[in-house]
Design a protein around this ligand. Sequence first.
Ligand code: ADP
Ligand code: MG
Ligand code: MG
Length: 891
Amino acid sequence: MTKWVYSFGGGLNEGGADMRNLLGGKGANLAEMASIGLPVPPGFTITTEVCSAYYENGNSYPTDLAEQVAAALHRIEHAVGLTFGDSKAPLLVSVRSGARVSMPGMMDTVLNLGLNDETVEGLAKSSNDERFAWDSYRRFIQMYGSVVMGVPHHRFEDILEQAKHALGVTDDTAVKANDWREIVESYKEIVLKETGKPFPADPQEQLWGAISAVFGSWMNPRANTYRKLHDIPASWGTAVNVQAMVFGNMGNDCATGVCFTRDPSTGENIFYGEYLVNAQGEDVVAGIRTPQPMSAERATPDQSPMEKVLPNAYQELMRVREILEKHYRDMQDIEFTVQNNKLYMLQTRSGKRTAAAALKIAIDMAREGLITQEEAIGRVPPASLDQLLHPTLDPKAEKNLFARGLPASPGAAAGAIVFSAEEVEEYAAQGKDAILVRIETSPEDVHGMHAARGVLTTRGGMTSHAAVVARGMGRVCVAGAGSIHVDYKAQTMTVGSTTLKGGEWITLDGGTGAVYVGKVPTIPPTLSGDFSTLMGWADEVRRLRVRANAETPDDAETARRFGAEGIGLSRTEHMFFGPDRIGHVRQMIMADDPTTRKKAIDALLPFQRDDFASIFRIMSGLPVTIRLLDPPLHEFLPHGEAELEEVAKALGQSVDALRARRSALSEANPMLGHRGCRLGISYPEIYAMQVRAIIEAAILVSKETGEAIIPEIMIPLVGMKTELDVTRKVAENEIAAVFKEQNTTLDYLIGTMIELPRAAITADQIAQSADFFSFGTNDLTQTTLGLSRDDAGSFLPYYVDHGLLPKDPFVSIDREGVGALVRMGVEGGRRTKAKLKLGVCGEHGGDPDSIAFFESVGLDYVSCSPFRVPVARLAAAQAALAHKKKEAATS
Ligand code: ADP
Ligand code: MG
Ligand code: MG
């Protein structure tokens, strides 16, 4: 015989916290609380298996269910000494849904079930409180009528409001027994009118009606939608809990409340919550009366904290709070009721909390000895650290919403509205704060984005250029705020009838996507205290090193401050866009003979050397990987006529000749075009110059600081060993020349990106010519899936929404495809060189899920944007712990 029903409370606990799959979260924890001796009204749980069986058998129950329910109900009757349906002293129950994970959309709880015209009189007599009995009855009809029978909620509300109006009272508690009697009559009439059926008087019919409504709600549209959005399989099913009622509405020594064992927004170890005297169930959250605080410490003089009003029950609750935290070893979110000064526990679960609270609670609990340091590391979701690393809007400040876009890069920033990158730089040069507002951004805007406090675009998604670059830089970004109309010419942006002009201030909240008019005050992040403690603990257990992707001194400094252990990717081309360089870059590209080209290249050398020297200085003592020129040349080309003329003048060529060269350079598919090492092979002098700049800078800074600098020179987009051989030769020749000129030497590494499938497949060959590999998983994802990130916006979201892909492969690595190639590259590389240094750079290096994967394939380091360094440190620690646990389990 299958056991469909599990009892809890009243001396028999058949379930426990570890049975959440079978009993749902609520039922499992009610049994757990009862079994550790906490005061839980007795009840039983109908398992999630009944739900599955119910749907498999065409909405009918297992035949022996009724018998098991009857037996369990009998146990409740026995435990509390009352009988269900008894006209003198009736047992009343609540019927509560409860899935594995708490799920909106499920049926609301029905309280006071078992009341009818007869039993209500019994309850009035046995409680000696007529008002209470009728208050309970009207609540029951209202709840059952709406959630089980489908009568619109406001029908009941209207009746109650009219009645209160007629009586001249505002508070429910002021309504007297006789008035409730009349209201109950009107309620029953409205049920009959709305449903064509009388309100059921038979308690058994009521009970099964409510149970069926819970199971029925599992498949309602709201629940279905929620499940789809959260990847919850329909097969999980919901459980139903039937529990003896306790009453918080029986007078002024009664109450109901919800609270957290610690403050869920700050994490402070203080009892946090609300309660209401003489109230029932959801009154606290329903906003019928103003709930009061729990602790006297948190109360204002005009409030009535539970600590003062119901001191005995409060002390009991404090005791329970401690027991619960010790037992569950986590902050709990609890629901309770006080009946005649006696406390009853009705729910516990681990409480939702902000990132700040998660951090504080984890550290505090480890210090209190409730959990270990390793557990504390696991208690903070790495991605949530983002919230802690950026200034945030002062929650108390007044705000005037202008528009909403996507929360593309977190933090808060305020500044003047500025519509071009150049103008932003002018603002920055004068020390003024600016927000760059563009319809969308392109590589040319990168300098302006860097100089801006934040970036706002009206087009593009979470992986648009603006979003990716802003995240990389740690700039606040709201992307795709489509309701804003930007007019570059008029220098205005408009939503509806509100128009803001260039120079006026706005504030961006990159955490929510909100754009506010004017300057909203912010509060700064704190990187000390608990944050640095947790980071320290994480660093003790992680194996993966964490480096940063950075090219500007600013970014390198941020990276170091956040604990980066080197630079894993420095993109030299980002330096090409500086206003003092781009002219030379353009001349280099447009030159039609080697001599002119050489002149332009030589002009660039000192700039590049300075760039590298300043990074080496900041990262002194740590490895720095510099990638040689990667993007296709036309990204740097002059756009407008004026720019074209400028370059023509500098080169002494005609504008027409340049125009011809520009169109010759344009490509149908630049991502797969003339870029990466292909450029270094066509124009070896460009790579030679970059290598020279790197080596000269390294020698310079080594001498300056007395610390050895070991530059790591990285060749991009290698697909074959031969490509690496050719470019390596160019680099080595140039390095030898520098050494000879300066009569010195220096250790260096020359390695390659693995970012093409062919490179991963032939990694064993490529390793013969490489000192290290860095997996470029952005390009590897594009080339493995054969899709371009810039064009994927039109179909990729659909793929993710409809489960064709589990996640956006640019955010979290596609383990089965791209991941398999990474694994192949690791194995191939290490077959040739057992100690080959292996890392990853690109967006995945800062994604916790991807980091877990990189841990499992044994990479040496991940490299991510500076602001993700702490995220990566924590994720790497969690991955190492999970890996250790798995090893221990299999050995
Ligand atoms: P939810 O899942 O929406 O929180 P619950 O099943 O927890 O719904 O019920 C909501 C509230 O109803 C509880 O917090 C509690 O105040 C009240 N409640 C539920 N069952 C009982 C009961 N047996 N006795 C008294 N109050 C109850
Ligand atoms: Mg609840
Ligand atoms: Mg690449």
